[in-house]
Design a protein around this ligand. Structure first.
Ligand code: NAD
Ligand code: MLT
Length: 311
């Protein structure tokens, strides 16, 4: 009988779907790395989110592994080459949480430019004062979207309803895609950076995108630019952002993802005009049910040797 190990929380419906297949399912949330490396040889499949590192060290211990199920979108915690080399199938759920990630991005954008979390903390500490929380409107402002894929395009179209002009930089898509979403194409990143009042990043984490917004870009940006990163930690460089804020160039930042996660020591946590959520972009009832059920079906299909859409 195939054995499946789940190391990060997925929706109960997903666990039920895994068990309904008749395969053996163990759930070991937050398992210590050493224990994971010891027991993984007993499993045919593993289901993870973004915290479990599926790397060379892991593969060396995972001698019977056939399938890695990534319950979510980004596969930057998975060594894809290592999997391919060993014939291990990696499946993910790229469509299942895009709406939630887009909505969280917009939540961060609005909350950060209106100081909502800061004001909430202030009044909950039994203070009432309206000075110090003045924000800015979105109407008539320019939003720069970096990466006009699934989530970037959802953010772009939704923000147009706030009266924002949307420009985007994405060298890997057709002109028709920019037109389809009513977005002005920027050929160069620096053109977007110079023009945008708000910048939001929606690329995967790659060698090319890591740190693509940093000190150099903030030097070229408008004073008072506001940024959001609900994609992957480090696409907006953390050091660069600290610098931009201290220099008074970046007026606010909404951050959902950090380079090292979990993380309670980032210097960004000490900055008043940075609001941070602990990687909650996909944490909605709907997205988690979608992700959980989808990954369960994909892992089962892959173990049975059937066709899998996101392999
Ligand atoms: P996607 O693949 O649909 O879109 C990514 C886009 O980025 C593509 O259009 C691609 O052409 C573009 N791109 C790639 N390299 C680029 C570069 N160097 N410069 C500009 N554009 C570039 O991805 P998606 O589903 O929209 O996901 C976007 C990001 O959001 C990913 O990093 C994903 O991991 C992350 N994500 C985060 C959460 C969360 O919980 N915070 C949830 C879901 C997804
Ligand atoms: C994703 O890539 O799907 C997100 O980071 C959300 C998650 O992993 O839960």
């Amino acid at each position: 009988m195939n054995k499946i190990l789940v190391t990060e929380k997925i929706a109960e419906k997903g666990i039920e779907a895994l068990k309904a297949s008749g395969m053996h399912v163990d759930v070991e949330l937050g398992i210590e790395r050493d224990k994971l490396l010891t027991i993984i040889k007993n499993y045919d499949a593993i289901v993870v989110r973004s915290v479990t590192k599926i790397n060379e060290e892991f593969y060396q211990h995972a001698t019977n592994l056939k399938v890695v199920g990534r319950a979510g979108n980004g596969v930057d915690n998975i060594d894809m080459e290592g999997a391919t080399k060993r014939g291990i199938i990696v499946v993910n759920t790229p469509e299942a949480n895009t709406v939630s990630a887009a909505e969280h991005t917009i939540g961060l954008l609005i909350a950060s430019c209106r100081n909502i979390p800061q004001a909430n903390t202030f009044i909950k500490n039994r203070n009432w004062d309206r000075s110090g929380f003045k924000g800015v409107e979105l109407l008539g402002k320019t939003l720069g979207v970096i990466g006009l894929g699934r989530i970037g395009s959802l953010v772009a179209t939704r923000m147009q309803s706030f009266g924002m002009k949307v420009i985007a930089y994405d060298p890997y898509i057709t002109d028709e895609r920019f037109e389809k979403f009513g977005v002005e194409k920027k050929e160069k990143l620096e053109d977007l950076v110079k023009e945008a009042d708000f910048i939001t990043v929606h690329t995967p984490k790659t060698e090319e995108t890591l740190g693509m917004i940093g000190e150099k870009e903030f030097k070229a940006a408008k004073k008072g630019v506001r940024v959001v990163n609900c994609a992957r930690g480090g696409i907006i460089s953390e050091d660069g952002l600290v610098w931009g804020i201290k220099e008074g160039i970046v007026a606010s930042a909404g951050i959902d993802v950090l380079v090292d996660e979990p993380n309670t020591t980032s210097p960004l946590l000490d900055l008043d005009n940075v609001i941070i959520t602990p990687h909650l972009g996909a944490d909605t009832v709907e997205a988690q049910n979608n992700v959980g059920v989808t990954i369960a079906h994909e892992v089962i299909s892959a173990l049975k040797g059937e066709m899998v859409p996101n392999a």
